[in-house]
Design a protein around this ligand. Sequence first.
Ligand code: NAD
Length: 545
Amino acid sequence: MDRITAARGTELRCKGWRQEALLRMLENVLENCENQQELIVYAALAKAARNWDSYHAIVATLKSLEEDETLVIQSGKPIGIMHTHRFAPLVIMANCNIVGKWATSENFYNYQEQGLIIWGGLTAAAWQYIGSQGVLQGTYEIFQSIARLHFGGSLAGRFILTAGLGGMGGSQPLAGTMANAAILCVEVDEARIDKRIASGYLQKKTADLDQALAWILHASASKESLSVGLLGNAADVYPELIRRGIVPDVVTDQTSAHDLVYGYIPAGYSLEQVIALRKSDVNKLQADAGASIAREVSAMLEFQRRGAIVFDNGNNIRTQAVQYGVKNAFDIAVFTEAFLRPLFARAIGPFRWVALSGEAEDIRTIDQYILEHFQDNEVAVNWIRLANQYVPVEGLPARIGWFGHGDRTKLALAVNAMVREGKLSGPIAFSRDHLDAAAMTHPNIMTENMKDGSDAISDWPLLNAMLNCSSMADLVTIHSGGGGYSGYMTSAGVTLVADGSADSDLRLKTTLDNDTGLGVLRYADAGYEEAFDEIEQKGIRRVNV
Ligand code: NAD
């Protein structure tokens, strides 16, 4: 079968642009994925569809789907077509939701083996993944926040150590150089290093630690930005740096540490040996991966003790380390609580848009609009300037931008008007990461140490999804964790199509206002001052109890 890429241009294969948009979003996820043959998009195991039969059935259904019908998808498999109405979502999904006490990684792997379930990641099965750019601004904002809090406002001359150059982790080198740092990324799979160099996210590579350190230390001494991919295993390299007495300024990790079977590669193993061990002795594989993570996290704790700023970058690495004997792994902070919560409390989060025609010029036109009309939004304007300069196109041209309540709606309505007036070459799809104010419960990542102790309560993403259906979104999905994330998270996703119509105006305004409105209310409910301020400023209607 030919490699799948997203259709370009303005010719429709479906009965309307809304259906065509969702089909192109699905194809785009596969165009950008890490392993197309296996339908694996990122994060070790996050898939776009249950299997190839399901994929082809989804494509065929989207092509014949009427405006007043809704396709129902369960864990990446199309189940049925329901007659609804033209303001109902075209697609609703529930991916990988397993009831409470059954939500263990063992049960997940069994269900997966039987073909009953897939893990959808956040944006993979939701057809919202846009390549490494999807987390790029988030990683950049974390680095900027660290610069402000700890390094007098700039990371120039600073050394960042991290690991993992996969679908998401691949954003780290570019985020590091955009923040003016020298960043060393340890990666065990040379093909991933090469992929990031080819996509323009990474600058140099070597398998020699001395060479890597020479480049990095020279760059930081001369305050130049630089990214280096080091072929090696983080569980070897981190302790080796401790042994040599080298202390980076900032340390994190974005390997797929959440999954001990399909994600994290234990020290001393080749990739082929790991693949073989998955079949021959999965328990040994898990034990060895856990032991390696324990070594790596112990080194991270030691870096922290020696003065480095160390944080967990959303991959459950601390949780794994505790299970493998590192009792104080949670002395390391998680990025959301440490750096991003003040933004989330105002429902400012990773909004994104995709040029469905494939024309990169459309993204530049929208960039320009933002620079002219959002001048009071410092975070957005700074980011758009940088993104315009540094972020290469991957798949359908797309942009991520952290916007909050009101601003997302303002932007989307302006874009819809541009589509209507022919100022863009085709419709634009809007979505966001599931890591968003109302949309995610993950007590070790998104909602750790919430002020009111509501860390594990997953009513919020469920309400979020129901509200987005009621608000006429085009695609709505509810996901829970799979593999190593089983039992750890529930999230909701949403996609909207700006096709220039008046119906689109209505859908965009209602859904985006309500999506972020609920986010602000969730943080107000937990007692965050920023949320109260946002309610006051923007007239969000809270019921006081
Ligand atoms: P991926 O599976 O595409 O890539 C992981 C990479 O880590 C692979 O390239 C793999 O070769 C490498 N790796 C594995 N073990 C290693 C080791 N011991 N040493 C060095 N390299 C090793 O995953 P991804 O999509 O990049 O996601 C990585 C992690 O980040 C996942 O746990 C994911 O859930 C998490 N994540 C966090 C956020 C966030 O917002 N912070 C967003 C998305 C994903």
